[in-house]
Design a binder for this molecule. Structure first.
Ligand code: NDP
Length: 246
């Protein structure tokens, strides 16, 4: 129970990796706010245990909208008076070869994956700066470091998240706030279901551990970064990818 009564916010928290992160923190005692563009029915969360379920609150939030993000963080701070952890997890892909990529595809990915990180971090600091503690964990991707054909928009957004992580870590370290980035490789979620069988087997061929990650694998590493065991780690990018990007 490393996070007993800690207040934790996870963007994109109702599906995929975000949902696994929400469930991990709730199972270790936290009060978790799952923010999402579309909020599914409560039954989406897997807990049989009602007490655990009651630890999870959902708020409809569009991370690309400053007004929506501002209102959400005002609500959470109003209800809890503090926020201990923010996980910037919401992310999308709109893949295309660059010559065919539309401005809409470019803007949608940059706005969600990079501007969303900026906005949520800006508003969570309104709680973390005065309390002089907190940790922000950004979910990047290995393609932010190594690139990927057909994903110039997505790779640029995730590379931006790395620069953002390091800059903010330098800016807020003196206030006791840590900022890190976890960069997954290939994780089985709705996002990767969009890949063709050929793309999936190409990925697996190149992963030294010869298997994809589950959302729970990523959630375990997020929990480590959020815990006191990581209290001297800031400004870092950790690849969690079975060795894919060495
Ligand atoms: P999913 O598509 O399964 O989940 C993404 C979540 O983000 C959804 O709940 C989605 O909400 C939410 N979201 C999208 N746009 C917005 C928005 N504007 N405001 C609020 N929430 C939004 O993706 P994954 O779980 O696979 O990905 C999670 C993170 O991990 C992403 O940042 C992704 O880039 C990163 N990642 C994933 C990898 C993988 O292999 N799966 C590999 C490397 C990185 P809704 O359903 O309502 O649209």
């Amino acid at each position: 129970m490393r996070f007993q009564d800690k207040v934790i916010v996870v963007t994109g928290g109702c599906r995929g990796i975000g949902k696994a992160i929400v469930e991990k923190f709730a199972s270790e005692g936290a009060i978790v706010y799952a923010l999402d563009y579309v909020i599914p029915s409560e039954s989406e969360f897997d807990f049989e245990n009602k007490e655990l379920k009651n630890r999870i609150k959902t708020i409809q939030t569009d991370v690309t909208s400053e007004e929506s993000v501002r209102l959400t963080f005002e609500t959470i701070i109003g209800e809890q008076s503090r926020i201990d952890v923010l996980v910037n997890n919401a992310g999308i892909t709109r893949d295309n070869l660059l010559m065919r990529m539309t401005s809409d595809q470019w803007d949608a990915v940059i706005n969600t994956n990079l501007k969303g990180v900026f906005l949520c971090s800006k508003y969570v600091l309104k709680a973390m700066m005065p309390q002089r503690s907190g940790t922000i964990i950004n979910i990047g991707s290995i393609v932010g470091s190594i690139g990927n054909a057909g994903q110039s928009n997505y790779s640029a957004s995730k590379a931006g998240v790395i620069g953002f992580t390091k800059s903010l870590a330098k800016e807020v370290g003196s206030r006791g706030i840590r900022v890190n980035c976890i960069a997954p490789g290939f994780v089985i979620t709705a996002m990767t279901e969009q890949l063709t069988e050929e793309q999936k087997s190409d990925f697996l061929k190149n992963i030294p551990l010869k298997r994809a990650a589950t959302p729970e694998t990523i959630a375990n590493v997020v929990a480590f970064f959020a815990s006191d065991d990581a209290d001297y780690i800031t400004g870092q990018v950790l690849h969690v990818d079975g060795g894919l990007a060495m």
